[in-house]
Each structure stands twice: as structure tokens, then as C-alpha cells.
Write a protein that binds this ligand. Structure first.
Ligand SMILES: O=C(O)CCC(=O)C(=O)O
Ligand SMILES: [Fe+2]
Length: 279
């Protein structure tokens, strides 16, 4: 405390000092964590990736050569020319180990009675028909899958040519599409509460041999025009392969084609673990 200085200034200097100390302690803690053999390698990698994220290194690496191609720039520009998001996705096969797949089926089948008819935020009825299981029913499994998704996120963003972002939340649910179910053309970040969804993921699983037909996912080229979004014609089709996971830009319009499941048995459904990485 310096008696020569006005009290307010003294207070500001003290706060700045505390902040400096806090920053210094935080950096030491992170450094120790990165070098600690008590923390698993994968957890340390996650910490390191978070730091790279914060420092913007990935953003620089992923940034398109021509800054006009940067989605963030184009979206906020005042030009009248609509910007096109090409229909694009990444599909990774053999995502879960046999043990993890068995656990996934167990969660689905044991919670059959907790699935409920799906709804759509801010949308008319008849846009969607399927069943949903909330994440509250599979906490531990959520953490495992979340970890796996975050681990491959940098690679996926680079492949989709999307800039990196700080993750605030990984939203997750389980869905089942049975006979007559579908999800009409929609966008996953269309709504106040879900505007922060950046990357959509869908993990597919179902009993072998496959007991349903249809259920392909169509992703449409999507034009951004100011605040509005319209679709182009040249869609791409995703085959929902068992034990594969797909990722796409949450701004892309897409739909699930109708499912035909002659047996009508819940266990024969087209299942997903799906959700969104929020910024
Ligand atoms: O099941 C799928 O293939 C996609 C589901 C979907 O679009 C959604 O839940 O928003
Ligand atoms: Fe969707």
C-alpha cells in the first residue's frame, strides 16, 4: 500500500497484482499438469489441445488462404451474394471397440421404456418422427464418448476446412428410428437456444444383420444469405453404416429419409448417438 497514491488507484494496483499472481499460478499449474506422469497421456493431450485452441495456433493453421473464403468473414459481410456451404461431411468407420459397442447396445435396450417421441425446437409438428433417450440416462458413457469426439475434433475441423473454436459444451442424445420414422429437411442451429451448435456428429449403430431399409441421411448444399439459409439441389447421401460416425457443419441443411422396419421391433431400429459441439 502506497500512502502517496489515491485509494482507488491503490485498489486497482492491488487487483492487477492479484490477477498477475493468479495468471502465474494458473500457468504453473498447467505446466505441471502437462508434465505430470500422474495424469494419463490422453488427458494431457486434451489439455495441450485446449491450450493450442486458446492460443489460436490451430486457427492460423486451418485458416483458408484467401480470407474471403473464411466462413466467419463471409457470414458477417454485407455483400448481397449468397455464400455457398458445399454439401460435405466426414465419415469415420469402426469408431467404437467391440466392448464399447456392446455397452452402447446395452444402454439402448435397457432404457427402451425411457425413450420418448422426439420433438423439434421452434418447429411445426410432423417435421420429425423418432424416439429420443436423454443423456441423463447414460452419464458415464457420455464422458467416454465426449472424450473420443473431442480427441478427433481438430482433425475433423481441418478436413472440413472449418476454423477451430473453444468448446463450451458437447450435447448428446440417443435416438431410435423405427418403421415410418424420418426427419424432414432442417438445420441443427436454427433457434435461440441452439445457435451455438457448430459441429454436428452422428454415430450409427444397429443389430446385424440390418433389419431396416432406408434411413439414409441427405446433406444439402446450403446458401447463406444474410440471416437466411436456402438449399441447393446437389445433395450428398450418407449411408448410416453401423459403427461409423459422421461430422458436418451444423449450418448445413439435412434430412433423414423414411425408415422401413418390417418387424417394428425396437431392437431392430436405426440407432444413433448424436449431438453437437457448441462454441
Ligand atoms: O439420424 C441422423 O442421421 C441425423 C439426425 C439429425 O439430423 C438430428 O438429430 O438433428
Ligand atoms: Fe439434424
Amino acid at each position: 500500500m502506497n500512502d502517496q497514491l489515491p485509494p482507488l488507484l491503490n485498489k486497482a494496483i492491488a487487483s492487477e497484482k492479484r490477477l498477475d499472481n493468479l495468471l502465474s499460478d494458473s500457468l504453473t499449474l498447467v505446466e505441471n499438469a502437462l508434465n505430470s506422469s500422474e495424469i494419463s497421456l490422453s488427458e494431457r493431450v486434451e489439455i495441450a489441445l485446449k491450450i493450442l485452441d486458446i492460443s489460436g495456433v490451430y486457427h492460423q493453421l486451418n485458416r483458408p488462404q484467401n480470407s474471403n473464403d473464411d466462413p466467419e468473414v463471409a457470414e458477417t459481410s454485407t455483400t448481397d451474394t449468397p455464400r455457398l456451404l458445399e454439401a460435405n461431411f466426414i465419415q469415420v468407420d469402426n469408431f467404437l471397440s467391440p466392448e464399447e459397442q456392446a455397452e452402447t447396445f446395452k444402454i439402448a435396450f435397457q432404457n427402451h421404456d425411457k425413450f420418448f417421441p422426439s420433438g423439434v425446437a421452434n418447429k411445426e409438428e410432423n417435421t420429425r418422427k423418432s424416439s429420443v433417450l436423454l443423456v441423463q440416462n447414460f452419464d458415464e458413457y457420455y464422458n467416454k464418448i465426449r472424450h473420443k469426439i473431442l480427441q478427433i475434433r481438430p482433425q475433423i475441423l481441418a478436413q472440413l476446412n472449418l476454423p477451430t473454436f473453444l468448446v463450451s459444451w458437447v450435447e448428446m442424445q440417443m435416438t431410435a428410428h423405427n418403421h415410418g420414422d424420418y426427419y424432414y429437411i432442417h438445420q441443427d442451429m436454427d433457434g435461440e437456444k441452439i445457435a451455438n451448435r457448430v459441429l454436428t456428429y452422428v454415430y450409427y449403430f444397429y443389430e446385424q444383420p440390418k433389419a431396416f431399409y432406408g434411413g439414409d441421411l441427405r446433406i444439402y448444399p446450403t446458401y447463406i444469405n444474410g440471416d437466411g439459409y436456402t438449399i441447393g439441389e446437389q445433395f450428398v447421401t450418407v449411408e448410416p453404416r453401423h459403427n461409423s460416425i459422421i461430422f458436418f457443419d451444423s449450418r448445413m441443411k439435412h434430412e433423414v429419409l423414411p425408415v422401413f422396419c418390417p418387424s417394428g421391433r425396437f431392437e431392430d431400429s436405426r440407432f444413433t448417438i448424436n449431438g453437437w459441439i457448441h462454441r
